[in-house]
Design a protein around this ligand. Structure first.
Ligand SMILES: [Zn+2]
Length: 108
């Protein structure tokens, strides 16, 4: 059975990737060597998260990447900032400035 992440509603947009893998690792993020970290954003409050698309785990705490949860259909992901359930959608390239001003700026 292939796991499947919840679909992005703006799937036609270019991905906003987090490219600082060294910093992600140093903050405790799990990496597998072939990672693609993509920014996702809470539609309700605008908080960012990063999703490792290779292993389908989402990190919602920019300071502690040892915290992660599976981001797959059938699992509920709660935004720690506003408490909304399943409110994440893929961040857009136009979110870059907001990411630079967020606690996730280091991951760009
Ligand atoms: Zn939120």
């Amino acid at each position: 059975m292939t796991r499947q992440e919840p679909p992005a509603r703006n799937d036609n947009q270019p991905k906003m990737t987090a490219t600082n893998h060294d910093a992600i690792r140093s903050r405790g993020g799990a990496t597998c060597g072939n990672d693609e970290f993509v920014f996702w954003k809470c539609d309700n409050c605008g908080a960012f998260a990063i999703l490792n698309e290779e292993i389908e785990t989402i990190h919602t705490d920019a300071d502690d990447l040892t915290q992660s949860s599976l981001y797959i259909l059938g699992e509920t992901t709660v935004c720690p900032s506003c408490g909304s359930a399943d409110s994440y959608d893929r961040a857009r390239v136009t979110d870059r400035l907001a990411i630079e001003r967020s606690p996730w700026a280091w991951a760009l």
